[in-house]
Design a protein around this ligand. Structure first.
Ligand SMILES: [Zn+2]
Length: 368
């Protein structure tokens, strides 16, 4: 028997129930279900705090196919997750009076919101793949590197947070979500009541958007100086707060060099500004799976982040034990999972690779 992975996306038909008979889709759903049973049992799956005031969204072939869902209790939510086994699962960062209502902050009556950063990186120069949507150890390293920059160069020194005030979550693809969860209830309460303009201010500060060379504040001064390798320039700049005056005295070539250097230090983070700003923004539920990769949306302790490699550690172990005989009908970039390399010539692939190929819309057949 041959099963083909040929799903033609039809906007009117986007729920698995409507694709009955597609053997691959049915099998993928069974694996998601198997995962969720374990994730709930072992308490990996996040139950959004104060569930009755949170909006839930989900999707299968697309990220968010449905939203404005709400549940009265943790139990109802978990029951629904097991029933639906979504490939993408989201919760609102906001707490709202009417999470089920359609519309914006006004209709939903938002009264509080979690503060979270979303680092989402693109392909880097060293990447081993041509496909923009593929992943490899280099872009995954870059995502981790940016997470360290955000935490070690901004959140801890500039905002007086400690690593225990943060929740770090691998996004399941090429990114990380960093939640600010101060242990001090009062501080947490204050920042979770910030409005969108206050959150906007925070993200603009981190992206260096308000940075003026006429007066460089202490945080940015420290950050830029720490990243300048030229000792002479570093010493010069460290003596002044008004860098513009100093830079203007240089010749055109040196001037451009310094400006470019400062800009490159400013532009190291690929942060999704909407995740910080939007009132009704959804973010992936911690402990769910990412429907494009099949990888776990996994929380990582700060002290383990250095050694965390998603290609080894964000894989549900059962998904690497069962194998399928397949025929991959198109050229794809290779992918190394748990130290085994898979290419379009691979005839035997583990379940995790099956989920990855499916999530990336690759044309393949399962040979039983
Ligand atoms: Zn890559």
């Amino acid at each position: 028997m041959i099963y083909m992975n040929k799903i033609v996306l039809n906007p009117l038909k986007n729920k698995p129930e409507e694709y009955k008979g597609n053997k691959i889709l049915e099998r993928i759903r069974e694996y998601y279900k198997e995962y969720f049973i374990q994730a709930i049992k072992r308490k990996w799956l996040e139950i959004p705090e104060d569930i009755s005031h949170r909006e839930i969204g989900f999707g299968y072939l697309k990220k968010v196919e449905d939203r404005n869902l709400s549940f009265d209790s943790d139990k109802d939510y978990l029951k629904w997750v097991l029933e639906k086994t979504p490939f993408h699962l989201y919760k609102s960062l906001s707490y709202m009076e009417y999470p089920h209502l359609f519309g914006g902050a006004q209709q939903k009556k938002i009264f509080k919101r979690e503060i979270a950063f979303d680092i989402d990186v693109h392909r880097v120069k060293k990447c081993t793949h041509r496909d923009e949507g593929w992943i490899c150890k280099y872009c995954l390293e870059e995502a981790k590197n940016q997470t360290f920059i955000l935490i070690d160069e901004f959140l801890i020194p500039d905002f007086g947070l400690s690593k225990n005030d943060l929740r770090i979550v691998f996004s399941g693809n090429r990114g990380y979500h960093i939640y600010i969860k101060p242990q001090d209830r009062e501080i947490r309460d204050t920042i979770e009541h910030w409005n969108r303009y206050q959150r906007r201010y925070l993200i603009e500060y981190i992206l260096g958007k308000n940075l003026s060379l006429n007066y460089v504040g202490s945080g940015w001064k420290r950050r830029i100086l720490n990243n300048i390798k030229n000792k002479q320039l570093r010493t010069q700049l460290s003596k002044y707060d008004n860098w513009k005056k100093l830079i203007d005295k240089k010749n055109e070539k040196d001037k451009n060099k310094i400006i470019n250097l400062i800009n490159s230090i400013k532009n190291r983070l690929e942060l999704d500004e909407k995740v910080m700003e939007d009132d009704i923004r959804l973010l992936r539920v911690i402990g769910s799976l990412h429907g494009y990769t099949g990888f776990m949306v996994k929380e990582i302790k700060y002290n383990s982040l250095e050694y965390f490699n998603p290609l080894n550690h964000a894989i549900f172990s059962k998904f690497n034990k069962e194998y399928y005989n397949v025929k991959i009908n198109q050229k794809i970039d290779s992918l190394r999972i748990k130290d085994r390399l898979y290419t379009h010539r691979s005839r035997e692939i583990p379940v995790i690779m099956l989920l990855f190929l499916f999530g990336h819309g690759v044309d393949f057949e399962i040979l039983d």
